[in-house]
Design a protein. Sequence first.
Length: 377
Amino acid sequence: MSTAVVGKGLEGIVAANSGICWIDGDAGVLAYRGIDIHELAERSTFEETTYLLWFGKLPDRAELDEFNKRLTEARTLDPKMIEMLRSFPRSATPMEVLRTAVSALSFYDPDESDNLHDANVSKSFRLTSQIAMLVAAYDRLRKGKTVVEPDPSLGHAANFLWMLNGEKPSDTAARTLDVALILHADHELNASTFAARVIAATLSDIHSAITGALGALKGPLHGGANEAVMRMLFAIDKEGSDPVDYVAGLLAQKKKISGFGHRVYHTEDPRATHLRKMSEELGESSGDAKWFNMSRAIEKYINAEKKLNANVDFYSASTYTMLGIDLDLFTAIFAVSRISGWAAHVIEQLDDNRLIRPRAEYIGPEYPLRYVAIEKR
Ligand SMILES: CC(C)(COP(=O)(O)OP(=O)(O)OC[C@H]1O[C@@H](n2cnc3c(N)ncnc32)[C@H](O)[C@@H]1OP(=O)(O)O)[C@@H](O)C(=O)NCCC(=O)NCCS
């Protein structure tokens, strides 16, 4: 038996070697393959960033063209998948639908039974395109609309908005989502990525790993937080409450404020810096800065009162709302991005695999406890 006593929630435990993502939680640094997230947010695209995550370097022009071509060609869903989406009860949430549908995608994947490197890369292309399509298609079906065919002339973010809304997005909307996708693409051994690596390490398959990751992402302590943030902002607006009084009331009830705090960052989450800016800009350009102003007031109060910083989820809530995206799609959009990081980690895990099987520190009744016959208990 191991003698190590591990902190609750594996806090501070290093559980893998990885060349994908580096975080300095004290300095507030996040880098993908060594490149700072600020540079990627300002200069890259989701497609180029995904290339970087999967192949370990920035692509040259020809490599990026080929990558875009493969991603665009992967925008297909078997008609049975659409039938399946139609058959789900209208009460099913987008994350429940996505979790179930991604599991079923393996039935139609030509590389389903192949777990070698190249097959996993091919499956990653398909999963990246298909997850975006599934989210958009389900949202339309549940609203009684027809599924929109993908447009090969559009990049990943713009095509997602096109398939979701049935109208071409503005350049601002497409670029805002593109940057949001870059910011959410990877985050080292977060709960969903760890879940994906654990599943992949059993030599199961990438669809199983991503299905497990989706289950983890769905939780309100992980990807579900941005939805909870927006529910709070809507509630404040509906009641006509003062935002600071409202969150002060929540703190008084010992409740956590969604969108604040982080296991790793002790400074501002560098992703929040960009999302705050995008939320502010969307507020200014739309002439309605209500959601941004409300968020900013809450942020200043929580900073001062609890010394907690906004995380990635806080300003993504108001940003997505101002893009016209429904509240219950927020976590699914996180998945539209995070598939790139999950795939990178699954591929890295399988390229140098060993089963992930830790031990538990036993804290139960002392051994040996005698078995007692049922009539004597
Ligand atoms: C992200 C999160 C799960 C990290 O959790 P963690 O590392 O286990 O940290 P803890 O929950 O133990 O929090 C440490 C302390 O800060 C407080 N705290 C952390 N986040 C808080 C929040 N959002 N609101 C109020 N207090 C918070 C806790 O109450 C705890 O205080 P205590 O020591 O007095 O009990 C946590 O900050 C949280 O629940 N945040 C809200 C959900 C969220 O935004 N998740 C998205 C993460 S990207």
